[in-house]
Unconditional design. Sequence first.
Length: 381
Amino acid sequence: MVFLKYLRTLKKSFNRYTPSVEVLISKNNLLENLKEYKKQYPRLSFAPVLKSNAYGHGILQVAKILNKENIAFFVLDSLFEAITLRNDGSKLPILIIGYTSPENINNSKLPNVAFTITGLEQLQQIARTIKSQKKFHLKIDTGMHRQGILPEQINEAIKIIKTADRINLEGICSHFADADDTDDSFTKMQIARWEKAVVPFRQNFPKLKYFHISATTGIPYSKNIFTNVARLGMGLYGINSSPLTKLNLKPVLLMRSVISSLKNIPAGECVGYNITYKASKPIRVATVPVGYFEGVDRRLSNRGFFKIAGHNCPIIGKISMNMTSIDITSLPETKFGDDVTIISDIPDDLNSAEQMAKLSGITPYEILARIPQHLRRTIIE
């Protein structure tokens, strides 16, 4: 065993390299964000959301940072993600919030994992086929109409669960559809449905452990809801997506690359595919080896920015699959190999995830979750 470990270490030593694109994950910022939510909402337990590669931050890296924290459970989307965490040694409780087939639930041998029941048909099949006791959270559809049993199906669901002794109901949950809107009318309607739905479950399952409806944007409503857990997603990663509160959050992710080439071009010359950018004067152009495959949204072509030494450098021309061109005319001292910040960890920077999302007409979720998994994530303090 020791010899095998030595061989693996030896093999790694022959494959060391410095990537041209790197994602840095701030341990301190992640923990400070969690601490901020705990301070502001002391009544709640928090369940960090690590689905979709921890919103692009790296599921293994984020789990490693949080493994010693006092949390309710990790929220994942799939059994595959749960297997990934368990294979990496994580032992904290897990809730799989996405759909898992009854067959995969039956075959799973993972310890301390709960599954979400996302519909009545799935519940019925689980009750018929389940072979050993498993933990579950039942999702209630309070108005979003993606997943969950409808309010009129609650009595039937309770009857099925009470007669299926291998279904260990650990919690019930739902999800807000519009909690990030300043108009709270739809959210209040969902809360009313949730409060009504909670009653029969509390009566029939007095030992029910978890009640959760709020993700990051809905947490400010938790003071007026029967709930004891909040699923903390984007807020954990430092993006304040709620219009109702302004917490002291710090972005966790910084993405950087390097300048791979430089050239001076005269007025009238073009840059990039489909010649969408034409220089109106002589300019200095730098190429950065990062493109839409590395997660840079192509809608930032001719409108976004990267940053060099604290200065904004406009993206010129269309973003390519693995390359982007920027105008560095205002930075004559810039040279080959200099660092380039692709996604900044300063919220007001023009290339922060929030500002890039605004320029692209999308959400910060999309900017971050699309950072591909193959890029190296490095934990920094």
